[in-house]
Structures are given as C-alpha cells and as structure tokens.
Design a binder for this molecule. Structure first.
Ligand code: ACO
Length: 324
C-alpha cells in the first residue's frame, strides 16, 4: 500500500496587514475598547492579514496551490484530487475546490470541499491520505483557505480580534517511502454551541446568525484536553514516542492554548511552530500556513517527524503524524 508523501507546500497571505494598534484604533472610532496589550497578553496575536472586500477564498486557495505546485516542481495537470478545507466558501455551490480546479486549468480529477472549521485541513489531509493509500489518487492538492474576516461581527471585541485571512496548501504524492504514518479524527457534535456561525441562506434571505460566536473559555478547555489525548492516540497508533516528534505544528488559535498543549505533551517551545503572532487564527489555513513557513525557513527538514493538530467548531479535532 503506498504512502502519501508531502512533496511541496505553499502559502498565501493577503498583503493588507492590520496590527493590533490599527485594529484598536478602528474599533475605538466605533466606541469599542480594546488594546494591543490585551490582545497580546490573552492570545499572543500581534497582527493579522485581512483580505480586501473583493478577494475570495478560491483566489487565496489558488495562489497557495500554485506556490505549492511550484515548490513540488510539478504541473497542475498531474493533480488528480483537490480537497479544499474551508468554512468561508465563495458560494453555497459549486465547491471552492471546483473553482480552484478551474483556476488551475486542471480538469478531470475529483474536487470537493471539507467542512470541519479549524480542524478542516487535518480532516482534508486524512481524507487525501486515505484516497492515496486506497490507490484512488496519485497526486493530491490539499488546501486550507479562509476569508474569516467575512463572518466576523466587527462589533464583538471578544471574537473579531482573534482571526485573520489566508491559505496554505500541500501536494501529496503516492510513494513507497513513508509520508503520512498515522491519522486520527474526532468530533463531538453535542458541543456545537460553543463555537458556531449558525446562519444560512434560505428562500433568498439570511436565516439565523451569519456571524461567528464563541464561548472562549469552553473552547480553551476543550481544545487543550482533546488535543492532548489525540496526540497520544496518534503516536500510539504509529508506534512513535512523543519524544521522537521533531516538530509540533498545532492549530494557531491562541499562543496560550499552544503553550499549555506543549507543556502537557512534554514538547519544548523549541519544537513547536508558532505563527499565530503574525497570522492570528486563520482557521483551516492555519496548520498548512505554519507548516509551510517552518519548511521554507529550514526548521522542518527531510526525515523529520511532524505532528500536525487541528481543533475547532463542530466540535472537531484531529492529528496527523507525518514523516517528511
Ligand atoms: N479587548 C479588551 N477586553 C476584552 C476583549 C478585547 N478584545 N475581549 C474581551 N474582553 C474583556 C471581556 O469583556 C471581559 O471583561 P469583563 O471582565 O469586564 O467582563 C474580560 O475581557 C475577560 O473576558 P473573557 O472572555 O473572560 O477573557 P478570557 O481571559 O477568557 O480571554 C479569549 C478570551 C482570549 C478568547 C480566551 O477565552 C481564549 O483564548 N479562548 C480560546 C478560544 C480561542 O482561541 N478561539 C479561537 C477560535 S476557536 C479555535 O480556533 C479552536
């Protein structure tokens, strides 16, 4: 049975950078109080990239995909599977993956979206891994892409300071050499209320609440406990010790969650990739963006064992253990 090996990665961040001070000034003009100090101390976030109003998730996804294809040194025509993880698709349908496929001018293979919010990339990677292991795909593009700024309530300081926009992608190829060595996905739908955007378009109208709502403390607790167990489970599945993990690439929601998690797993700060300070929380894009940053700056190298972890609305979570 072939492995799914990562042969390329890429990312795209919208050029407009909004610092905490910029955001605080903007909110102050609408009589909403926040500060760089509050945001940094509670979350570790210093800035975020925000898409212009006419930028769509499929565009961000396409640019990240092109960067990943170039990094892998392959043509889009070789791709026979595209999976996009997103909670901010361009349309109700067609899927964002089909729009990306059209942009890449690579028709023919399967293309579909996965919706697991901030766990979306990990879910999509596990899905592509299963396709490759089953012989149903040889070359897959797996993308996490979001314009989360479009579903934020910019008058809710408890949520609007936390998120940013962006896209990250990897190219997977069937290989005899180990790539993804274990995957582990979970959900608990009973916890849907702690993080949701419970709106829809129906009969030509927005029904329900179109904005993201969150119980931050409940999310914090559940994220730490679920990711701790998931890390142990995926390592047990692969017969790998947490000591052998060279890099933890966790979902980038909040530096305090990441620090807690690292301490619980016995993984020191020097083995944890952090981009939340620069990118804020880009939901499904956060793990592939962080992975790409650390791969390109030379921290993640061939032969390394990398633990990727996602957690988010649903409630969903999961882990992927991958040999680079
Ligand atoms: N600026 C200033 N004050 C603020 C802000 C802000 N942006 N937001 C909230 N506050 C105030 C609150 O109004 C409250 O004031 P009060 O005491 O007068 O009522 C005070 O700060 C404390 O609010 P809490 O919500 O209790 O703050 P907490 O310490 O829990 O921090 C946070 C909030 C950062 C969201 C925290 O709960 C957290 O990290 N949760 C994890 C959730 C997360 O990271 N979610 C990201 C998306 S989910 C995911 O990706 C998995």
């Amino acid at each position: 049975m072939p492995y799914a090996k990562i042969i390329g990665s890429g990312g795209y961040l919208p050029p407009r950078i909004v610092s905490n001070d910029d955001l605080a000034a903007d909110l102050a003009s609408r009589h909403i109080e926040t500060s760089d100090t509050w945001i940094r101390e509670r979350t570790g976030i210093r800035q975020r990239h925000i898409a212009d109003a006419d930028m769509t998730t499929s565009q961000l996804a396409t640019w990240a995909a092109q960067a990943a294809l170039e990094n892998a040194g392959i043509e889009a025509a070789e791709v026979d599977l595209i999976i996009v993880a997103t909670s901010t698709p361009d349309f109700v349908f067609p899927s964002t993956a089909c729009l990306v496929q059209a942009n890449l001018n690579a028709p023919g293979g399967a293309a579909f979206d996965v919706q697991a919010v901030c766990s979306g990339f990990v879910y999509a990677l596990a899905t592509a891994d299963a396709f490759i292991r089953a012989g149903r795909s040889k070359t897959a593009l797996v993308i996490g892409a979001e314009v989360f700024s479009s579903i934020l309530d910019w008058s809710d300081r408890g949520t609007c300071v936390l998120f940013g926009d962006g896209a990250g992608a990897v190219v997977l190829r069937a290989s005899e050499e180990p790539g993804i060595i274990a995957a582990q996905l979970n959900a608990d739908g009973r916890q849907m209320g702690i993080l949701c955007a419970a709106g829809n378009v129906s009969h030509g109208k927005v029904v329900g609440d179109p904005f993201l709502r969150m119980d931050g403390q409940a999310v914090f607790k559940l994220a730490v406990t679920s990711l701790t167990k998931s890390a142990h489970d995926v390592c047990d599945q692969a017969g790998v010790s947490l000591d052998d993990v060279n890099w933890l690439v966790p979902h980038q929601a909040n530096v305090r969650i990441i620090n807690f998690l690292g301490r619980r797993l016995g993984i020191g700060d020097d083995r944890v990739v952090i981009t939340v300070d620069q990118h804020a929380n880009t939901s499904a894009a956060s793990v592939p963006l962080a992975f790409d940053v650390a791969r390109r700056d030379g921290r993640i190298k061939a032969g390394d064992t990398v633990l990727m972890q996602g957690v988010g609305g649903g409630f969903t979570w999961g882990s992927i253990l991958v040999k680079i």
